[in-house]
Design a protein around this ligand. Structure first.
Ligand code: AMP
Ligand code: MG
Length: 486
């Protein structure tokens, strides 16, 4: 039998920011069993996959067997949820086990979700069901494979305890890894305490972990703010380029590291429509696909507000400094989006930005007018660049409109091979995810394992996987809903 994992977990967050850390442990699980293990990630982290499969390993992944020297904590934060401010949120069903070395002088959080009630659970049960935890696993790993900054999934362990949702569901804990779990909401909480020394310590901690260059800047808090603005502009641009809809862009779900976090009612859009929303609780469409850049900007304004006392002695001056930094967001976002579109359209540096933007905007308008499947359309453009336009043309009702668009693009000499490295053949499509999760909930993990395999090599088109590349057979799947309280 494999031996207990050797793991060194730091507690820098708990030590430096005790006001934001409640010491806690995972709830015991009656019958733990491993549902998914990311052996490759474990190895990269210096963890022996076999030892993670041992009873002690499962204890680590459940937060019940705390390694020597570790001090797991529930993190405290605040946040705007759907625009309304909650002064105390925090890990109501999660735990920061501690920090691992990333092997390059930096730290990575090892974090659990679904690990039981904490002092921050409010009315919640502290638990998570198998389906949503496997969903976070497969979607976050797909995002990583697409080159999009994200928390990583290390493992999902079934607890053997049922969770009451609309029905009784099998429970599970997800172990995930991230640059950190600092959020805009962490800063909102620290600021609301009125303790400026705490806010300064949080800024220093965030700088050390995510913006080390800011430590030597003329104005470190401003340099941190600018770096978060840049990271989030780049992140949301990448989401938009693949049709990812996060679904709950509350300020407590927006990281300082610029990583995607908290996969709840998220999904990949199929037919292109800016109004696409998947969350059953987002009736107003606040977090619709097309709103995501504006919401990110709004959230960053909430971050900037928390930093005002550190930006200048006079509030007016602080506001002016914050506004200037925030005003850079739209251009930063647009630049990142155009750069991404350049890659997706296979255009070399010889084509100027304005031309790339014009061709990309025209294509988006066309996709939108026809509600074309975004992933299929971009992938098919690779063939069009090879002189075989039919696969792309056939996706459009108005083939002449596509031809007119292509007549402006093809003369720019797109590089088809480069396009195949930028446009995924496979994303975790909603109907495939649902199918895999339903099977897993009934005890059959094969479809889930197969889906993980497909979407973690998204650019590598393989014969026999055609159904993974196709949109949902039912048009009505556009009315797809995922549920919060996951
Ligand atoms: P989310 O938007 O899913 O990231 O969660 C928002 C807040 O609700 C966080 O503070 C979570 O810890 C908390 N929360 C979500 N689900 C539960 C649950 N089942 N039990 C306790 N707290 C929860
Ligand atoms: Mg959250």
């Amino acid at each position: 039998m494999a031996s207990a994992p050797t793991i060194e977990l730091g507690s820098r967050f708990a030590r430096e920011l005790p006001e934001l850390a409640v010491p806690w442990q995972g709830a015991p699980a009656p019958a733990p069993s491993l549902l998914a293990l990311n052996a490759q990630l474990a190895t990269e982290l210096g963890l022996d996959p076999e030892s993670l499969r041992s009873p002690e390993g499962l204890g680590l992944l459940l937060g019940t067997a705390v390694p020597q020297g570790a001090s797991p904590v529930a993190q405290v934060y605040a946040g705007h949820q759907f625009g309304g401010y909650s002064p105390i949120l925090g890990d109501g069903r999660a735990l920061l086990l501690g920090e691992l070395s990333d092997g390059q002088g930096g730290l990575l959080d090892l974090h659990l979700k679904g690990s039981g009630r904490t002092p921050l659970s409010r009315g919640g049960d502290g638990l998570a069901a198998v389906g949503p935890m496997l969903r976070e696993y497969v979607i976050s790993e797909a995002m990583h494979a697409l080159g999009i900054p994200t928390t990583r999934a290390l493992a999902v362990v079934a607890t053997g305890r049922d969770v009451r949702r609309e029905e009784l569901l099998p429970g599970a804990v997800l172990a995930r890894v991230a640059g950190s779990h600092l959020r805009v909401g962490s800063f909102q909480y620290a600021r609301a305490t009125g303790d400026l020394a705490l806010l300064r310590r949080l800024v220093d901690h965030a700088i050390a972990r995510h913006a080390p260059h800011a430590a030597g800047a003329e104005h470190p808090p401003l340099a941190l703010l600018e770096s978060v603005i840049a990271a989030q502009a780049g992140l949301v641009a990448r989401w938009m380029l693949v049709g990812f809809v996060h679904g709950v862009m509350n300020t407590d779900n927006m990281t300082i590291s610029g990583e995607t976090i908290d996969y709840g009612p998220c999904a990949f859009m199929e037919g292109f429509d800016p109004a696409t929303v998947f969350s059953s609780i987002d009736a107003q469409g606040r977090y619709a696909y097309g709103n995501q850049p504006a919401i990110a900007h709004w959230n960053l304004a909430r971050l900037a507000e928390t930093l005002l006392p550190l930006l200048a002695d006079e509030q007016e001056e602080g506001i002016a400094i914050a506004m200037e930094a925030l005003d850079a967001f739209p251009a930063r976002y647009r630049d990142a989006w155009v750069a991404g579109m350049r890659a997706k359209l296979g255009l070399s540096a010889a084509v100027d930005d304005a031309t790339v933007a014009e061709v990309a905007d025209a294509l988006v308008a066309l996709l939108e007018s026809e509600r074309t499947d975004l992933t299929s359309a971009f992938r098919a453009l690779g063939s069009a660049a090879r002189g075989r336009p039919d696969a792309a043309r056939d996706l459009f009702l108005h083939r002449d409109a596509f031809d007119a668009w292509a007549a402006g693009w093809l003369p720019l000499a797109p590089d088809a091979d480069a396009m195949d490295r930028a446009n995924p053949a496979y994303v975790p499509r909603n109907h495939l995810v649902e199918e895999a999760l339903a099977a897993a909930t009934d005890g059959d993990l094969d479809p889930f394992a197969q889906l993980v395999d497909v979407v973690t090599r998204p650019f590598d088109e393989r014969p026999g996987l055609e159904r993974y590349a196709a949109p949902s057979p039912e048009r009505s799947f556009r009315a797809y809903r995922t549920f919060c309280g996951t």
